[in-house]
Ligand binder design. Sequence first.
Ligand code: ATP
Length: 200
Amino acid sequence: MQVAMVDLEHHFANHPSLFTGLTMTLVSGHVYALTGPSGSGKSTLLGILAGWTTPSSGTVVHTGIEAIGWVFQNPHGVAARTALDHVALPLLAQGEKRSDAEKHASTYLARFNLTYAANRAFKELSGGEAQRLMLARAIAAAPSLLLVDEPTAQLDPRTAATVNQTLGAIADDGTIVVVATHDQRTREACTDVIDLGEYT
Ligand SMILES: Nc1ncnc2c1ncn2[C@@H]1O[C@H](COP(=O)(O)OP(=O)(O)OP(=O)(O)O)[C@@H](O)[C@H]1O
């Protein structure tokens, strides 16, 4: 399973290039921090990796990528549903029995330090808990490629730290993870860095 970026260049009509000459192969089990100044094209590159945006030149070759997951900067959940329900849902959708899905969901909650919050409604969760829940839910859906956009942007530094602590373990199942971020500590929690500042 891999995603190969080959000589990518992108610019919007009548604008200069955001990045150029970007060649890199993303592999299973790695968590890539996607960094660069504001406006350098991080979100645009996530869209290119997902296949939503066609690069101006170069190619992205997906090998063995079946499902792509996203986690956005603002957590979205169902207010009255519990944390456990949010993670069990993708497992039920994969055909697991409810009892198995809940057991399995509990292990994902544990991985993101949320065991204590399993039976809390989404609306009762703090920003950091809700963001960790989004990561747990995304991983439970077993994507081959997970794209995460600024997971700590809305969080204070202490809460952000609780999210960053879980990032290292996020690719344990072999998922390829790309995290767009401005946060130095998020960057340090990842295994690799793609710095768009190097491709201008
Ligand atoms: N559809 C579009 N048409 C024209 N310009 C666009 C479009 N989408 C984004 N841009 C511009 O391209 C540049 C890169 O945007 P992008 O959101 O990818 O940057 P970013 O690195 O994610 O920024 P930030 O760190 O501020 O979130 C910005 O100047 C943005 O205004």
